[in-house]
Design a binder for this molecule. Structure first.
Ligand code: HEM
Length: 350
């Protein structure tokens, strides 16, 4: 039983590690790493898998702890130096697993009882967890092989328990997956967000009130700092006078939920080329937000060259609601929601 549950946990933690690293490096790429802008729904898929798969793993981890806890409490606790090392590693593995699942769950529930910054702690703990897991798997490999190769003696009892655990994981997935897959939105009773619910039919994570942003008046201008000798200052009417495009793109939140919408606005590449930006430049998009970690975001050439990347002025047929970034926001394919900067007022070519 412990071996089969271990295989499930190994697959699930491996998937969470890879999809978590994708999320981390999409937001903080090293200088040599450039993410493509397609497939449009890639981040939506990987982060949905991360969070929904992670939640479905909770019953699996509880079942595993249930089957092995007598071993964790064995007496005498230490029999040799090798045994002591093995036990310390086991406690690291159990602690890191519980830490990842519990802090992840609290984070998507917007509950922050811990004094540390969630992404940093969650990121570094994932290396500790995967390191301890690799050693543990190497240690237990022979037993796992034997279990998989032999027929069980008490097949029915074991199969019944494993099926119950799988059903519990499946029920968690079924009641959350609708936060990213709108046909199942009605079933998403355990999810913190549902597609279709929010201003203009789209969920919001950070409202204008929470960001300290007030409604822009007629003096609002979009400043585009292109080349040293060329700076554009565009009013809302100037932007509306430019060639307008409508695109269907999702907002894919780091917290796993996502929803598609129709955005209308001007292509970022049209505005940047008007400002004389070099084709290989990186671009910083700045919000009117006074502070906060996500006040600015970087847009690299594959993203700003993409015809789907807009400075959006409208959403689902009407001007942007202030909570969606009125008067102007960035929307681009294959990009975490925290980088789809709202309340844009400056675009700087680096
Ligand atoms: C219930 C289970 C889990 C949930 C709900 C969850 C949730 C999350 C969320 C919401 C983020 C985005 C954080 C942000 O950028 O603001 C994230 C990132 C991440 N997660 Fe998880 N997670 C879970 C399990 C795991 C596990 C088991 C691992 C490792 C094996 C893991 C590794 C990562 C990594 C590496 C990141 C990137 C952190 C960063 O941006 O620096 N997660 N997770």
């Amino acid at each position: 039983m412990a071996a089969w549950l271990g295989i499930g946990l190994g697959v699930s933690f491996g998937t969470a590690f890879v999809t978590g690293l994708i999320s981390h490096f999409m937001q903080h790429p090293p200088s040599w790493m450039v993410w493509p802008s397609r497939p449009v729904n890639l981040y939506r898929f990987t982060q949905g898998l991360h969070v929904i798969g992670g939640l479905a793993t909770i019953p699996l981890l509880l079942a595993k702890l249930w089957t092995v806890y007598p071993k964790l409490l064995q007496w005498p606790p230490v029999r040799s130096v090798g045994h002591a090392v093995e036990r310390v590693l086991l406690f690291v593995l159990v602690g890191a697993s519980l830490f990842q699942l519990v802090t992840g769950l609290f984070n998507i529930a917007y509950y922050y009882p811990f004094p540390f910054f969630f992404p940093t702690a969650h990121y570094w703990t994932s290396y500790i967890l995967i390191g301890a897991l690799v050693i543990h798997v190497a240690n237990e490999w022979a037993k796992v092989r034997r279990t998989v190769m032999t027929r069980p003696e008490d097949g029915i009892g074991r199969r019944g328990f494993l099926l119950t655990v799988a059903a519990a994981g499946g029920a968690v997935a079924l009641t959350t997956v609708g936060e990213a897959f709108s046909p199942l939105a009605k079933l998403a009773v355990l999810a913190p967000r549902r597609p279709g619910v929010g201003p203009q039919g789209l969920p919001v994570n950070k409202s204008a009130y929470a960001a300290g942003v007030t409604r822009a008046d007629s003096s609002w201008r979009l400043h585009v700092l292109g080349r040293v000798d060329r700076e554009l200052s565009l009013s809302l009417a100037d932007l509306h006078a430019l060639s307008s495009h409508a695109v269907r793109l999702p907002i894919a939140c780091v917290e796993g939920w996502s929803a598609s919408a129709t955005w209308e606005g001007v292509r970022l590449r049209d505005v940047l080329r008007m400002a004389g930006a070099a084709e290989d430049s990186r671009v910083r998009v700045e919000s009117m937000e006074a502070g906060g970690l996500y006040r600015t975001s970087w847009v690299v050439p594959p993203h700003w060259h993409d015809p789907l990347t807009l400075l959006a002025l409208g959403l689902n047929g009407s001007p942007l609601d202030i909570d969606h970034g009125y008067p102007c926001r960035l929307i681009a394919p294959n990009r975490p929601g925290v980088d789809q900067t709202k309340w844009v007022h400056r675009v700087v070519v680096a």
